[in-house]
Ligand binder design. Structure first.
Ligand code: HEC
Length: 137
């Protein structure tokens, strides 16, 4: 009898724990990651941020030449270096998240990329995404 109630208590904890974890995992990466790892984890989530915005990977592949809704972001750090004269790669990539329509990639439509990341994501999240994209040379 005692064994069973202990067993059920354990099972209940496990279930609650699992639900807790999985709903968090949808939009928040683990907290013990460095910025690049955090950015990568966020990039690969299907939903990110407070409002469960679509994740980057929904529209951007990391495989060269593979177009989803948006362009592949393989090599985006190199592209970002010269995309806008006078703008550093870091500034360009930050703006690409915060104001997607300030700059258009040739051959892709405006207004398609999700526009509200500036409201939905924390400063830390945005910097992590920028740090990760800077590694995509
Ligand atoms: C709903 C689809 C969609 C989502 C989600 C999306 N993007 Fe985009 N993205 C696009 C499209 C389409 C373009 C090409 C048009 C343009 O240049 O704005 C683009 C362009 C870009 C560019 C190229 C730079 C530029 O301004 O032209 C970068 C960098 C980028 N996205 C990063 C991201 C990151 C990081 C995320 C996740 C936080 C993300 N995107 C989420 C569709 C999306």
């Amino acid at each position: 009898m005692k064994f069973y109630s202990l067993f059920f208590a354990f099972l209940l904890c496990a279930i609650v724990g699992l639900i807790g974890c999985s709903s968090k995992e949808i939009s928040q990466p683990q907290s013990n990651l460095n910025p690049v790892q955090r950015g990568k984890a966020m990039f690969e989530m299907s939903m990110i941020g407070e409002n469960k915005a679509p994740g980057c990977i929904v529209c951007h592949s990391l495989e060269a030449g593979k177009t989803l809704v948006g362009p592949s972001l393989a090599g985006i750090a190199t592209y970002a270096e010269t995309a806008v004269p006078g703008m550093s790669a870091e500034e360009f990539l930050r703006q690409a998240i915060l104001e997607p329509d300030q700059h258009q990639m040739e051959g892709y439509p405006a207004g398609v990329m999700y526009q509200e990341y500036g409201q939905d994501l924390s400063q830390e999240d945005i910097e992590a995404l920028v740090a990760f994209m800077l590694t995509l040379k």
